[in-house]
Write a protein that binds this ligand. Structure first.
Ligand code: FE2
Length: 249
């Protein structure tokens, strides 16, 4: 995966390059090594291990209109003020998508279990937020951001495929989105598809290893992820991702 040149670049250059790729192509797919530079963090570090470990304590999503029980999650909101470095968490609030953006689960206020304070204030999440913000600030200088954080675990069982995006190809209804792979265990499938308004066809890649990331312009880019099934049907599998959505406040 990756539509950026895989040369050795500094974080500053990578922020600029990623912003330019999104402006030109609608999205930027960063393999883990590049994402590590952008976020100033490594999946091998203790901070990331703690962060990834928190996916083991997500709670069931009780708002699945298809009756699915394969999705676990936690949610948090951040208010980022232009010119202020603080990545401040806002009071918990429901997640809302217009039905136009989510015909399956949109049109209602959905409350999810909150992200734990240790995770939202932890170094890994703060690094991811800061990196994504640096890129999106390039595309919308001076913006205040309403950021929603979603921790997702999609479970794959032999008798029930897990659907990372049960609503199908969609836009989230925000301005920009970061999706970062946190981990895949005993999982086949889960291929990300991208469609850009005004361009023919679909591009696809798999967020495979921890920190593989995609950043996209949600105003003109559609995304979806194919269902997952366990590689070894005798064992459960799961796919863990972090999603950060940025909307101009
Ligand atoms: Fe989405």
């Amino acid at each position: 995966m990756g539509n950026l040149a895989a040369n050795d670049v500094s974080r500053h250059e990578l922020v600029e390059e990623t912003g330019a790729a999104i402006a030109a192509a609608g999205f930027a797919a960063l393999p883990a090594a590049q994402a590590a530079t952008l976020f100033g963090a490594t999946p091998a570090g203790a901070d990331w291990q703690d962060f990834a470990g928190s996916w083991a304590a997500l709670e069931p999503d009780r708002h699945m209109a298809d009756g699915g029980r394969y999705r676990l999650r936690r949610h948090a909101v951040f208010a980022l003020k232009a010119g202020e470095a603080a990545l401040a968490r806002a009071p918990d609030q429901p997640h809302y998508q217009e039905r136009a953006f989510n015909q399956l689960n949109g049109g209602i206020e959905r409350w999810f279990a909150p992200v734990t304070p240790a995770v939202s204030a932890g170094p890994a999440l703060q690094a991811l937020l800061a990196g994504a913000r640096a890129v999106f600030d390039q595309l919308a200088p001076g913006a205040d951001w309403h950021v929603e954080m979603h921790q997702f675990r999609i479970q794959a069982r032999a008798l029930e495929a897990g659907k990372p995006t049960p609503e199908g190809m969609h836009r989230d209804g925000v301005d920009y989105v970061l999706v970062a792979m946190v981990g895949r265990q005993n999982v086949a499938g889960g291929v990300t598809g991208i469609r850009v308004d005004g361009q023919p066809g679909e591009q696809s890649f798999t967020l495979e290893t921890p920190m593989d990331s995609v950043l996209l312009d949600d105003r003109r880019v559609w995304h979806g992820v194919t269902p997952i099934a366990p590689l070894d049907p005798a064992l459960p599998g799961h796919r863990d991702v972090l999603v950060l959505t940025f909307r101009r406040a």
